[in-house]
Design a protein around this ligand. Structure first.
Ligand SMILES: Cc1ncc(COP(=O)(O)O)c(C=O)c1O
Length: 383
């Protein structure tokens, strides 16, 4: 059966493709962003206890009260803003569903939504499935900064929203306060909604993570999306959320109710334990990731890559051109076939593919042993 016209052009996601190839060819998988270690016991045990205690039926559409309350308390701790857990927090099946629900609930046919490339792979299809038009601005190497003139020029009377990801996958960039102030100024001046994808909010190695919703005038016009997957090494749980004003939350929920309606009840109990975690967990988490980042970045530099050292996330972009391959696909094919390491060719995250062709993305959400084994294989590139 042919895939619908709406989706046919998107094909299979690059993550599915690379993970399949890695498994098939026995390559060490530094492609898809999931850890090869487990999430913390206190979170997993909370979910197991919830199953045993009989929390196994449909949950409330917007999330179980324990999780909504825990997320509102966490938001208060992180931002100082008091929000209503019942009308301003919507639990979703991962950030992925939060993105889809937000687009479906917010965008009218013909509305334009500004996104930056490289973009996370679900942004464009979700905007388009909602009838919207993605307007793509490039974050170009080596600085990957926001081109303010291009941003202003991209705003038209049809612009409805901007979708921004900070810390940014795959660049590893944490948007600066100055850049976000500019984005806020544009949103306020042109009456735009900001959708922020903050799934790497606790993986910031240098600088600070600024939540757009905390800038003056932005709380009322920002939908903040995140999830437990990355922060708690539980990517398979797919528990996410959207935090927004009651009016914007209504938009998200109107989209959500016809997607999955509700989210796995026992895992929400686990997620409530997770998001209530104190700073000890998050501090250790960051220390561990800093070690992984430093190990991989140093090794990639020694091997001969030009490395764009990430200040956030668990990805590193590197320039593979010193090895003489035509583009990112050719390089990643060689890597998987001849070196035994899987990485992501980033052109699927670009409209203007020439910006992605020199680059390769490695994920370092892996055990030190896995990273060391991959580094050993990557040494073969030197010869
Ligand atoms: C930027 C970004 N947004 C969203 C997601 C998906 O999050 P979730 O697994 O919570 O659906 C990912 C996962 O890799 C991501 O990198």
């Amino acid at each position: 059966m042919p895939v619908s016209h709406r989706l046919a052009s998107y094909g299979t996601s690059i993550f599915t493709e690379m993970t399949r190839l890695a498994n098939e060819k026995g390559a060490i998988n530094l492609s898809q962003g999931f850890p090869d270690f487990d999430g913390p016991d206190f979170v997993r045990n909370a979910a197991i206890e919830a199953i045993r205690a009989g929390h196994n039926q449909y949950a409330r559409m917007s999330g179980i009260p324990q999780l909504n309350n825990a997320l509102a308390a966490r938001w208060q701790r992180l931002t100082g803003q008091t929000i209503d857990p019942d009308t301003q927090v919507s639990v979703t099946n991962g950030c992925t569903e939060a993105i889809a629900a937000t687009c479906l609930g917010l965008i009218n046919p013909g509305d334009e939504v500004i996104i930056f490339e490289p973009y996370y792979d679900s942004y464009k299809p979700c905007i388009e499935m909602s009838g919207g038009i993605p307007v793509v601005l490039t974050l170009a190497a080596p600085m990957f900064s926001v081109n303010r003139d291009a941003f202003e020029a991209a705003i038209t009377p049809r612009t409805r929203a901007i979708l921004i990801n900070t810390p940014h996958n795959p660049i590893g960039k944490v948007f600066s306060r100055d850049e976000l102030r500019f984005v806020a100024e544009m949103c306020i001046r042109h009456n735009l909604i900001a959708i922020t994808d903050e799934v790497y909010e606790h993986l910031v190695f240098e600088g600070e993570h600024i939540r757009l919703a905390t800038l003056p005038g932005m709380a009322e016009r920002t939908i903040t999306l995140s999830s437990v997957g990355k922060t708690f090494s539980l990517t398979g749980w797919k528990i996410g959320w959207a935090i927004a004003s009651p009016d914007l939350s209504k938009c998200v929920r109107s989209g959500r109710q016809f997607l999955s309606y509700s989210v796995a009840t026992p895992l929400q109990h686990g997620a409530a334990a997770a998001v209530s975690a104190g700073p000890e967990y998050l501090d250790q988490f960051l220390r561990d990731y800093r070690q992984r980042r430093d190990l991989l970045c140093q090794a990639l530099e020694d091997i001969g890559f030009v490395v764009y050292r990430p200040t956030g996330t668990y990805f590193v972009l590197a320039d593979h051109r010193p090895f003489g391959f035509k583009d990112d696909r050719a390089f990643c094919t060689h890597l998987i076939d001849k070196i035994g390491v899987a990485a992501i060719p980033p052109t699927p995250f670009y409209d203007n593919v020439e910006f992605g062709q020199p680059l390769v993305r490695f994920a370092f959400c892996k055990k030190l042993d896995t990273l060391n084994a991959a580094i050993e294989r990557l040494q073969k590139l030197k010869t």
